[in-house]
Ligand binder design. Structure first.
Ligand code: GDG
Length: 815
């Protein structure tokens, strides 16, 4: 097969691998792990046996990761050679890809790898987990520019996501250059590392983009439920998405995205088999071995672990010459300074502890900085008295599981595990320690070293049983099954997709209920196109749904509710389209306002505005009326419509149009807001809903003083940054919200003493002047494609437009 080589264009978040040589000595018996193995492993007869179902993969499994599961190097003759990698992803997933004849896509590790180069097959003595991966199963991604890779992998992945997702913001670097190097994630997704809580993720300046990128997938898998709930929380709080925490669903752009805890397992029987044949490593049984195995990474808590071991020797001197700590630290990310420094710290600490405690016949720490072959590793696991696994933060931690799989039932060891690893919450029979609390670790080590055989057996029996049942086969099966990609013999058909329940009136109770309860007047400001009416191909075709019109009519009759409809349309057009009496109409984005009592307000135009508008219209027509975009003069405004522009052309054209708007509408303005009511003790709660770029500017100003909704229409599939409190899925959901307000307002007892205050003013007639950032200095970063049209008021006239939107709410007091 001649592979066609994909160019790098983006990737998914993946933990880094470690550098590991393919082994130091060959073993004769070759063991193969099979995911369709129907035979039972030999296991304690009392154990629950798990029927191993064959996996019918309807689509081949394709893994896309930063690198291939091995890296390539050139030998002295220039021939390519494989060098295996160690790490959770490789150990867990490579055997599955091999067995299901899948494909692994990733970088080779070489910038000079060419299209005509071939991936070499593994050597006959290769015992690494990737030995059986044929060259045709590895699809190289070409990266010729090491700087690109450096920005993306060392920059974005290792300097930003790795520490941030492990809740270590002090180590996190935010760099726009590394971020822009390429994150546009649109694929099925499993995150191998933790997903942090909302208060951590929101530190990341582009968190809304990464969340929405992830939401491009149908299924998002995490190791444990805590990470799922963190993710749901972030979607709700950062993006304003509707979520269902019970069914673990997120609504995004009219789609339902499923979130699921899928705890990864290990190739259990492979480790059982390795441990059953590997020769004994430690000749003496006199000295007990405490074992640590980790990639050399600050998240793994190695420094604290060594110090806790030192504490054991000080506090319990009876273990002098009776115990050793064997720590395997696999080199990882060796080109990153922080990892180099960590290695130096560890080297010093090991030297210092050994220097302080060693005797002629014994030194307390055996420190292996390197990669041990897997069969040897299995022997280490089997022969150790204690497995000491104390990460400060870890997605799952496979070492804990491998340790368990390798234990001898007749004389098992004890697992000590940190609760900050995903495995910590699952492997409950392990002794739990807080890695930050050295005294506690030392005491627990003492307890583990002294633990009687029956307790060790009891704990290990349960631990083994679970790991056997929840092995990597089960993980893959569960992932694919949830995706609907496989079905087992009992299933009639692949799994049905899950949908989030349609929004109901009662769903607004938690967000709007307290606001309505605590205000004396309610102001509801609604955009027209795309908010009250469904988007139409041309503005003339838009109509208000009859049910929405009736809801507005009923609301307009409730004395303490004031409705305003605002639009870029001119006043008369807007009034005709809505056709409801007793409400305020704000046309031309609020430049013209018609109050329910018939009084009219026209905003004075700044000098030269008309001439600029003409020039703007001319240039827009000349440069921006291609690919279905068109210009509409609207008297006081010029609107540019771009909804029909194909996706790939949209952004460039939008930016061009935005720059033309900026050229002509560049005067400084101040935002004047006159606030509701002569009697200042009466407060008005404003609810605002809109879908367009102009609405977004209003929502930015209203942040904190009104409850705002971003209305998402079917064309809003692009990543949307919003200032709104929450999202509503189209005009249907807006109608449901209006029905809620009607129900709530008609049943409430009016309270004049508002506890949730929007604004506290000292004088009834106070006018608040907000200076808007310098028109020339605030840049155009805020421009994003959000809606189908922008107008002269969208940005540069933003303050005035917002002012007018406020003015429209100001009119409520006059009603
Ligand atoms: C990420 C997440 C998550 C270690 N030393 C040697 C060696 N290893 C193998 C172990 C184990 C793997 O590396 C380490 O897996 P972990 O799960 O402990 O950690 P990460 O590499 O950080 O993995 C983690 C995992 O992805 C899976 O989703 O659990 O939370 O960070 O398999 O055996 N293998 C060999 N020699 C060594 O010296 N052969």
């Amino acid at each position: 097969m001649t592979p066609d080589f994909p160019e790098i264009s983006g990737s998914l978040v993946e933990k880094g691998g470690s550098e590991c040589d393919s082994g130091d000595e060959p073993i004769s018996s070759r063991l193969t792990f099979s995911i369709i193995d129907l035979e039972e492993d030999s296991f304690n007869e009392a154990e629950e046996t798990k029927p191993r179902m064959p996996i019918h993969v309807t689509n081949p499994m394709i893994v896309v990761s930063n690198r291939l599961p091995f890296v390539l190097t050139r030998n002295a003759d220039g021939m390519l050679e494989r060098k295996s990698s160690a790490g959770g992803l490789v150990t867990a997933v490579a055997p599955v890809v091999i067995e299901c004849a899948g494909l692994w896509v990733g970088w080779t590790g070489l910038t000079d790898f060419k299209t005509e180069d071939s991936i070499p097959e593994s050597k006959p003595d290769d015992q690494s987990p990737t030995a059986g991966l044929k060259s045709t199963q590895a699809k190289p991604v070409l990266i010729h520019n090491s700087e690109t890779f450096d920005l993306f992998y060392n920059g974005c992945c290792n300097a930003t996501f790795w520490p941030l997702f492990h809740s270590m913001p002090d180590r996190t670097i935010f760099d726009i250059n590394t971020w822009q190097e390429g994150f546009s994630i649109r694929m099925g997704f499993f995150l191998h590392i933790p997903f942090p809580s909302w208060d951590i993720i929101r530190i990341f300046p582009w968190c809304d983009e990464i969340l929405q990128g992830m939401l491009g997938c149908d299924l998002i898998g995490f190791h444990i439920e805590d990470y799922c709930l963190n993710f749901l929380d972030c979607c709700q709080r950062c993006l304003g998405c509707r979520v269902d925490r019970t069914k673990m669903l997120v609504e995004h752009c009219g789609r339902t995205v499923q979130v699921k805890a899928l705890p990864i397992g290990i190739p259990y029987s492979r480790f059982v088999n390795l441990a059953s044949v590997a020769p004994r490593i430690f000749p003496s049984t006199e000295v007990k071995v405490i074992l640590g195995v980790d990639r050399l990474d600050y998240t793994k808590g190695l420094v604290a672990r060594l110090k806790a071991f030192q504490r054991l020797l000080i506090k319990y001197p009876k273990w002098m010459e009776k115990v050793i700590l064997l720590q395997v630290a696999v080199p990882s990310r060796t080109d990153v300074k922080e990892y180099q420094e960590l290695k130096e710290d560890l080297d010093k600490l090991v030297g210092s502890i050994n220097g302080s405690f060693s005797t002629p016949a014994w030194s307390p720490i055996r420190y292996i900085y390197g990669c041990v072959r897997q069969d040897k590793l299995a022997a280490y696991y089997r022969d150790a008295t204690v497995g000491l696994i104390t990460p400060l933060r870890d997605g799952m931690n496979l070492v804990a599981k491998e340790f368990v799989a390798c234990q001898d039932d007749t004389n098992p060891g004890v697992l000590i595990l940190s609760p900050f690893a995903g495995a910590g919450g699952i492997m409950q029979e392990a002794l739990q320690v807080n890695p930050y609390e050295m005294e506690n670790v030392a005491d627990t080590l003492n307890r583990a070293l002294e633990m009687p055989l029956d307790e060790r057996q009891l704990r290990m029996f349960q631990l083994k049983k679970r790991e056997k049942r929840m092995d990597v086969d089960a993980w893959v099966q569960s992932f694919l099954h949830t995706m609907g990609a496989i079905f087992d013999d009992k299933d009639e058909s692949p799994l049905m997709e899950q949908y989030i329940d349609k929004m109901e009136v009662k769903d607004f109770d938690s967000s709007l209920g307290p606001l309505v309860d605590n205000c004396s007047k309610l102001g509801v400001i609604l955009d027209f196109d795309g908010t009250l009416s469904f988007l139409a191909r041309t503005p003339q075709l838009a109509i208000i749904p009859p049910e929405t019109k009736r809801a507005l009519e009923r609301l307009s009759n409730i004395s303490d509710c004031h409705i305003a409809v605002i639009s870029g349309r001119n006043l008369e057009d807007l009034q005709n389209k809505v056709g409801v009496d007793g409400i305020t109409y704000a046309g031309n984005h609020g430049l013209e306002i018609l109050h329910p009592d018939g009084t009219r307000f026209n905003h004075p135009m700044p000098p030269g505005y008309k001439e600029r508008l003409e020039k703007l219209e001319e240039e827009l027509k000349e440069k921006c009326t291609c690919h279905g975009a068109w210009v509409e003069p609207k008297g006081l405004l010029v609107a540019w419509h771009y909804r029909e522009v194909p996706k790939d052309k949209k952004e460039a054209l939008f930016l061009l149009a935005a720059s033309i708007y900026k050229k002509y509408i560049d005067f400084n303005v101040f935002l004047s807001r006159s606030i509701f009511g002569v009697d200042w003790t009466e407060r008005v709660q404003v609810i605002y809903a809109g879908d367009s770029a102009a609405d977004e500017f209003a929502m930015e100003v209203l942040k904190g003083v009104a409850y705002t909704y971003k209305v998402i229409n079917e064309d809003a599939s692009a990543i949307t940054k919003t200032w709104a409190n929450a999202r509503l899925q189209g005009p249907d959901a807006v109608l449901t919200m209006l029905k809620y307000l009607e129900r709530k307002l008609t049943s409430r007892k009016i309270k004049c003493n508002r506890t949730i205050s929007l604004l506290s003013l000292n004088r009834a007639d106070e006018v608040v002047e907000l200076k808007v950032e310098g028109e020339n200095g605030d840049g155009e970063d805020g421009y994003r494609i959000r809606s189908g049209s922008i107008s002269a008021l969208s940005r540069k006239f933003r303050p005035r437009s917002q002012s007018q939107k406020y003015m429209s709410s100001a009119s409520f007091r006059q009603k």
